[in-house]
Design a protein around this ligand. Structure first.
Ligand code: UD1
Length: 357
């Protein structure tokens, strides 16, 4: 079951491998519905089209979760799957987990055990609930396995690696060849930063959003910032009246990018500034330094190896980090191995097949 942008990427690593062993019925909850957040990922990552599309749409947390549950419950009753597989930490994950648990369908969770230990993030609530209900917890890292053990959930945990790393390894070189994002945006390799921001905690409050823009503008004095603007963030910037002023502060706002374009841009950038979990790892795997605009991260390995710095919304800390982090391309750690070496999708499929048997 998938519903939004990061889940399309994750499923791209799992779906093909799963279909070699079992029948997969792919359900798209409809949480993300714009072409640039949804369809383009199916095309570029060669994800099979969904067998069922629900129409969750946008709304409050309760509206979205409730809409998905209401549409999913009868579908689960009809299909009676041997297991329901959910990914990550979004409202689609939460809705899938609750429906499976109540229908007594075994629940498996990809990207289980990740914790920020910050319950003001909706994603943290979604993770904790999905893991509590999951019978098979497919963990991306050893830290995730330990987190589950600490919560008394260790028995369900299996270390498989990070499925997003599989996709980055396969599609990185393809993006280098196929994407013309650098030409289109008229930037030279290593001459610009890439930025994204969409966390509710960063963009919903106008004061915090202004701080975030100040941070990007501070970086923008060093090199142009290509800012791929998520719809949530665009809406907030528009209502604050600050979208039009970005360009003169060194920030080039562009629409959300497809997987190949963002990957190409990240791989050729000087550094990434983001609050996304996926981009932190994609930068790491491409040996590009990252500034994470949050106070904590679930992907602690990227910080421990010196490639990622948690700067929250502190522009001074961001400038210091830009001066101190390694140059892009200087690999000093076995990055891919930390996240499963590109074999996570295969391990998810194998673990799921074993478990269902
Ligand atoms: C969601 C996830 C987040 C994930 C992110 C990836 C939750 C709680 N959050 O956040 O964990 O990292 O997706 O992008 O599930 N919108 C569009 N077009 C779309 C989809 C959404 O314009 O196709 C608009 C909505 O109207 C809404 C805003 O974007 O105003 C936010 O969308 P929503 O899915 O609620 O959350 P995200 O911020 O994308």
């Amino acid at each position: 079951m998938i519903g939004n942008r990061p889940q399309f990427v994750k499923a791209a690593a799992v779906s093909t491998k799963l279909r070699e062993r079992a029948t997969e019925v792919l359900v798209h909850t409809g949480q993300h519905y714009d072409r640039e957040l949804s369809e383009i990922f199916f095309e570029e990552l060669r994800l099979p089209p969904p067998d069922h599309e629900l129409t969750a749409g946008s709304g409050s947390h309760a509206e979205m979760t409730g809409a998905i549950m209401t549409a999913l419950e009868p579908l689960v009753a009809e299909v009676r799957p041997d297991a329901l597989l959910v990914y990550g930490d979004t409202n689609s994950t939460l809705a899938g987990a609750l429906v499976a648990a109540k229908a007594e369908v075994p629940l498996a969770h990809v990207e289980a055990g990740m914790r920020s230990f910050n319950r003001s993030m909706p994603e943290e609530i979604n993770r904790v609930v999905a893991d509590a209900l999951s019978g098979l917890s497919l963990c991306p890292t050893e830290v995730a396995v330990r987190n589950l053990a600490n919560e008394g959930l260790g028995e369900a945990a299996v270390l498989v690696g990070d499925v997003m790393a599989d996709v980055a390894m396969i599609f990185g070189p393809i993006a280098d060849q196929r994407s013309d994002a650098l030409e289109r945006l008229e930037v030279e390799p290593r001459s610009y930063f890439v930025a994204t921001a969409h966390r509710a905690g960063n963009v919903d409050d106008p004061g915090r959003l202004a701080q975030l823009i100040d941070l990007l503008a501070a970086a923008g004095k060093r090199a142009p910032v290509i800012f791929a603007v998520h719809p949530r963030t665009r809406a907030r910037l528009e209502s604050a009246g600050s979208l039009d002023g970005l360009a003169r502060r060194g920030i080039r706002a562009v629409d959300p990018l497809g997987y190949l374009d963002i990957t190409k841009l990240v791989r050729n950038s000087r550094a990434v500034l983001t609050d996304s979990g996926g981009l932190q790892k994609e930068a790491f795997l491409a040996s590009v330094p990252c500034l994470t605009m949050r106070a904590e991260t679930e992907w602690v390995e990227t910080v421990e190896t010196g490639w990622n710095r948690l700067v929250a919304l502190d522009a001074e800390a961001a400038l210091a980090a830009l001066a101190e982090l390694p140059e892009p391309g200087e690999r000093t750690s076995p990055a891919a191995e930390l996240y499963g070496g590109g074999k996570a999708g295969e391990r998810v499929a194998a673990a799921l097949a074993d478990w269902v048997d």
